[in-house]
Design a protein around this ligand. Structure first.
Ligand SMILES: Nc1ncnc2c1ncn2[C@@H]1O[C@H](COP(=O)(O)OP(=O)(O)OP(=O)(O)O)[C@@H](O)[C@H]1O
Ligand SMILES: [Mg+2]
Length: 332
């Protein structure tokens, strides 16, 4: 891979939330690479740090968050960038569809006008030109032109999400981070929004980080997946390869709940709970819930192991790959 192919590189990123009585290590030594034109899905259970990682990349974290490590966007470390320079990157180069973003639309303003204001805050162009751009984007995301004059409460959930997506695209970003953009929508509407995101990513020639707890959704939209568990990435691979042959026991558990879904059996959540991120964790973070765990797993943190160009943070990654461990669940 040549340097020019890489759009974003996250190196050894840690985000700790400080509160009066605890320090929560929400993102703990994360490395990540995103190539130009690629869609990377971040997958994992609730509370594992997905939104924190996305928010760190776009530089919107609350004041109680402490960040260390590097986020290189086009080779520039944006972690410690002065506010003014970061403002030029946020929305202009990196845009985000936030989790539950629909609630952030101003109920007192027409949606079209809200989007026009976003453009005018960043560009010195005549208002009519900004209006033209907004109408163009409405059409691109599949919203009828007269929705421009609607108030948020007059629109369906799916249409509001299209408005939010249009808003993220206003300034032609190179990277779109979409955080659970279909949660809370009807199943058929979810599929429309996923298809829309795939389509605009192609049209705008963007890269995308897609955040979801649903590995089936992740597979549908992404080229590559990174699986997060308790603040860390535990496995990363091209999506189809990862789904066909997961190399980390946590991913195996995630794909098993997917398999039961396929068979139309009620989805079984993974038994047990992730560890408390405010406590010091010894050994592998998944050990308590892992059916393959041995004593060593509880004592020592496994390294990220390279197997055939893929990575898995498990002592047994090689054995899993060679089907010595863990591969009877699909009957092959
Ligand atoms: N502002 C905050 N202050 C303190 N702790 C926080 C804050 N925001 C998130 N956390 C904690 O950080 C951890 C990671 O949260 P985060 O929202 O990043 O997870 P997530 O993977 O996006 O979860 P979900 O799937 O529910 O959206 C959780 O333990 C959460 O409680
Ligand atoms: Mg989240």
């Amino acid at each position: 891979m040549s340097e020019g192919d890489v759009l974003l590189e996250v190196r050894d990123l840690c985000v700790v939330y400080e509160s009066l009585d605890a320090r929560i290590r929400a993102v703990d030594h994360v490395d990540l690479t995103l190539r130009r034109g690629e869609t990377l899905a971040l997958v994992g259970e609730s509370g594992c740090g997905k939104s924190t990682l996305g928010n760190a990349i776009i530089g919107i974290l609350p004041a109680n968050a402490e960040v260390s490590g590097e986020i290189l966007f086009e080779g520039v470390n944006i972690v410690s960038l002065p506010r003014k320079r970061m403002r030029r990157i946020r929305w202009e180069k990196i845009a985000m569809v936030f989790q539950n973003a629909q609630n952030s639309l101003d109920p007192t303003l027409r949606v079209g006008d809200q989007l026009v204001e976003v453009i005018l805050a960043h560009r010195s162009i005549p208002r009519v030109e900004a209006q033209r751009r907004v109408k163009e984007l409405f059409s691109l995301v599949g919203l009828p032109p007269d929705y421009y004059r609607s108030y948020p409460h007059e629109l369906s959930g799916g249409s509001r999400q299209r408005v939010i997506i249009a808003m993220a695209l206003l300034l032609n970003p190179q990277l779109l981070i979409a955080d659970e953009p279909t949660t809370g929508l009807d199943v058929s509407v979810q599929l429309q929004i996923l298809n829309l995101l795939k389509d605009i990513k192609q049209r705008f020639q963007m890269s995308m980080i897609f955040i979801t707890h649903d590995i089936a959704v992740a597979n549908y939209v992404s080229d590559r997946m990174a699986v997060m568990y308790a603040g860390q990435i535990v496995e990363a691979a091209p999506s189809q390869a990862l789904l066909a042959k997961p190399l980390h026991p946590y991913t195996i558990a995630l794909t098993e709940s997917l398999l039961t879904l396929d068979r139309r059996v009620k989805k079984q959540p993974i038994a047990g709970f992730p560890p408390d991120l405010s406590k010091t964790i010894t050994g592998c973070r998944f050990a308590e819930r892992c059916r393959f765990a041995v004593d060593e797993c509880r004592r020592e943190e496994p390294p990220m192991v390279d197997v055939d160009g893929r990575v898995s943070k498990c002592f047994f990654a090689e054995q899993i790959s060679n089907k010595v461990v863990g591969y009877d669940y699909r009957g092959d």
